[in-house]
Design a binder for this molecule. Structure first.
Ligand SMILES: [Zn+2]
Ligand SMILES: [Zn+2]
Length: 745
């Protein structure tokens, strides 16, 4: 039999054909000999026909069977070919290395003459030595048997659980010791922690924990079981369930529409029928909320979580639980789409429009499309949930390929667009009036600013010079807290000064307003109110945002100034006003997705994140005539989407065709240009439709120059094949190839 093998950690698309007399499953991990070296790989296909390419040898089967079912193998192979990503790299995500810690190898005697007992490999070696073992294997007296996952990661449930009894802020206020700080952060990030977890993952002693307990910061004891959540589904939601006929569903609805209740009920029914389910969310911050609700409905033991903030041991534990079928639901972020759940019946994708589902780094893949493919191959249903779905999915639902179901909105807010062209202050006069009256009525105010820092650029009042990063083609921002000029792309920092480097005048002034400036502006005017600023400078971990939002809900905070990161999380019923400022710049990006993405950000900010009752949303803008604002004021998603689709159709952009963005980074600009010209010309003469090449909008980042071009194609497979040939011919490595990225990066 001949096998096709994809190499682990490969940097290239190439797969290898091997021969073996053994019967090997698709998906199995094997060791093959390649150019004289041993490499780990995954069997991705088998055939009896001798392959045309040269043959390699499979020297070892690592596990003896496959951890991934046939549908997932096929999904991984599809994703690799579709997104031009090395298939072995995708398998590396699906079968993480950390599980190998739980395998047990045993030396098995094959003949009774040698008088040996079966014994663990490690004891055998320490008793008889490695040389002796090799000899015995060569003479056929013994063999090594490897049992994958013979050990459980840890006996978690007999263990005592640990949790914070105070907020993270309060804890960090009390503890000064770095180890204790680490424990507090760990407890905050992980939603369910047992003593063994901390001891193992952080390498701390149990005394650290008992000290923290004495200080009253943590609680150690048996896990408290929460009372079962009553799961009486609204009649109206039951109605929507009856309507779902197709395998692919686009569920339109905001947080207030009850969509999460609906999804949880769908999962409950799926599990009841004996299937498993996957619940994807865009951020680790949301995993805890969803999994807690699911645990209340399905019981503590059947729900697992999977995301990048998990420690290795916990990730291995969850993976093994899923693979063994001990949990039936996994809630996780992007990479959880490859989780080895058995008998998959349903995949829910919350915020399906979120760009974090697209992995821009190698291996590139689009987790939403991967989920759809996996569901299809597993005969499972996929439900994509969004207020502002992806344009391609919206189109597919209009074309009848996906069933669209729209939930009735329960709450609506009124939206005001303020023209700030003539305003002197960053916070418009009318906005101030709104803020004042909202605070007086006892409700809270949320202000979303696009950029962090004090001011996004610094300009000389005499000669007009704008201070730029010496390594990148962007202006430096002023951070008043630290009194520095900072580059948000490469992190370059210099001490702030008012002296112009060009004309020498002491006339450098901060221009524009970031979160810090708005914060200062409002702090002076609303001194008696509690105000916090939330952005990447003040919040060390995204989960901390949740804590502040809860404080806001409890009335302990009156005003939040922050970047977009604050607009997702929990329902904010106490918010009476949400203000969006400084979004105009989003529209000026040379990217065909700019208009669409701006609408989405605004719509989500004012409707989804707010979701508040009888509240007001204020949008400050220099372009009050922009037609997307009309759709926004009417909360008219369909109108905007249809208009946008018409525009895309006219200009022939996705979803009416496919875009492959090809990016090259080069240390020497002229050299990069030469190579990128060579490649695009070759493709053009081969009949490809090429836009560019051009310098990237931000040409230089950290002293690397970037060029890109776009391929418009209806036949992705052929175009990628041609592209790969040309890129190989160019002799240059490190290209980035992105199929239909959510934004041109
Ligand atoms: Zn100057
Ligand atoms: Zn820079």
């Amino acid at each position: 039999m001949y096998y096709e093998v994809a190499i682990s950690r490969a940097s290239q698309m190439k797969t290898h054909f091997c021969e073996s007399s053994e019967d090997i499953d698709s998906g199995e991990r094997v060791i093959i000999r390649l150019n004289g070296r041993k490499c780990k790989g995954y069997v991705i296909g088998r055939t009896e026909e001798p392959p045309p390419n040269s043959l390699n040898q499979i020297v070892e089967r690592i596990d003896g069977y496959s951890f991934v079912d046939a549908a997932l193998v096929e999904t991984l192979v599809w994703a690799g070919r579709r997104y031009n990503s090395p298939i072995g790299r995708l398998f590396d995500i699906a079968v993480p290395k950390c599980i190998d810690r739980y395998a047990v190898s045993t030396v098995l005697p094959l003949s009774s003459f040698i008088g040996l007992e079966k014994m663990p490999l490690r004891s055998f070696i320490s008793k008889y030595g490695e040389g002796h073992l090799k000899k015995l294997i060569q003479s056929g007296y013994v063999k090594i048997q490897r049992i994958p996952m013979a050990k459980e990661p840890h006996p978690r449930l007999q263990n005592e659980s640990v949790e914070l009894c105070v907020t993270l802020q309060e804890a960090l206020h009390v503890v000064k010791d770095p180890i204790e700080t680490q424990v507090a952060n760990y407890l905050f990030i992980n939603d369910e922690v047992y003593v063994d977890d901390i001891v193992r993952d952080l390498g701390v002693s149990k005394r650290v924990l008992s000290d923290l307990q004495k200080k009253g910061l943590i609680r150690i004891g048996p896990k408290v079981q929460r009372a079962d959540e009553k799961n009486v589904l609204d009649d109206s939601l039951g109605f929507y369930l009856e309507q779902m006929k197709r395998d692919e569903i686009l569920l339109l609805g905001s947080k207030s529409s009850g969509k999460t209740d609906l999804c949880i009920e769908m999962i409950r029914r799926t599990v009841q029928k004996g299937f498993s389910a996957l619940y994807l969310v865009p951020e680790a911050m949301l995993v805890g909320q969803v999994s807690t609700r699911l645990k209340n409905v399905l019981g503590h033991l059947s729900v697992g979580i999977y995301h990048s903030y998990l420690s290795e041991a916990r990730r291995a534990f969850q993976w093994i639980q899923a693979w063994k079928g001990k949990i039936s639901v996994v809630v996780g972020t992007r990479s959880a789409v490859f989780c080895p759940l058995r008998n998959l019946g349903l995949i829910v994708i919350e915020h399906e429009e979120d760009e974090s589902y697209y992995q821009y780094e190698n291996p590139v893949y689009d987790a939403v499309e991967v989920a759809r493919r996996r569901a299809k191959l597993s005969n499972a249903r996929v439900v994509m949930v969004s207020t502002t779905p992806r344009l391609d999915h919206y189109k597919e639902s209009l074309d009848g390929k996906i069933q669209q179901i729209e939930l009735q909105e329960r709450r609506k807010c009124s939206i005001r667009v303020l023209n700030t062209r003539k305003e002197k202050s960053f916070v418009a006069g009318d906005t101030m009036t709104f803020i004042r009256s909202t605070l007086k009525s006892g409700r809270g105010v949320i202000i979303v600013v696009r950029r962090k820092g004090y001011s996004p650029w610094i300009q000389c009042a005499v000669c007009g010079f704008i201070v730029e990063c010496p390594k990148c083609d962007v202006s430096l921002s002023y951070h008043r807290d630290e009194n520095v000029f900072k580059c948000h792309l490469c992190g370059y920092t210099e001490e702030a000064s008012d002296k112009c480097p060009r004309c020498g005048a002491h006339a450098l002034y901060p221009r524009g307003a970031g979160t810090e400036r708005i914060e200062q502006h409002l702090k002076r005017r609303f001194a008696s109110y509690e105000l916090v600023r939330l952005d990447r400078d003040t919040v060390r971990h995204p989960q901390m945002v949740l804590e502040y939002l809860r404080k806001f809900e409890r009335g302990e905070i009156d005003i939040i100034v922050g970047t977009k990161m604050i607009t997702r999380g929990i329902d904010l019923n106490r918010a009476g006003l949400i203000v969006v400022m400084d979004f105009d710049g989003l529209l000026n990006v040379p990217d065909f997705t700019a208009r669409f993405r701006t609408f989405r950000v605004l719509f989500q900010t004012v409707s989804e994140s707010a979701g508040f009752e009888s509240g007001t949303a204020v949008v400050q803008t220099y372009n009050p005539d922009n037609e997307l604002l009309n759709h926004l004021v009417d909360l008219d998603v369909h109108g905007f989407y249809k208009e946008e689709l018409a525009k895309r159709k006219e200009a022939l952009y996705p979803p009416f065709t496919n875009i492959i963005q090809v990016i090259l980074k080069a240390r020497i600009a002229s050299k990069g240009l030469e190579i990128v010209n060579f490649c695009s010309e070759k493709l053009r003469s081969a009949g490809e439709h090429i836009l560019g090449p051009v310098e990237h909008p931000i040409f230089r980042i950290a002293n690397e120059y970037r060029f890109h071009f776009l391929i418009k194609t209806d036949d992705v497979e052929t175009s990628l094949k041609r592209l790969n040939e040309v890129l190989t011919e160019s002799g240059k490595r490190g290209w980035k190839v992105l199929l239909n990225p959510p934004a041109l990066i």
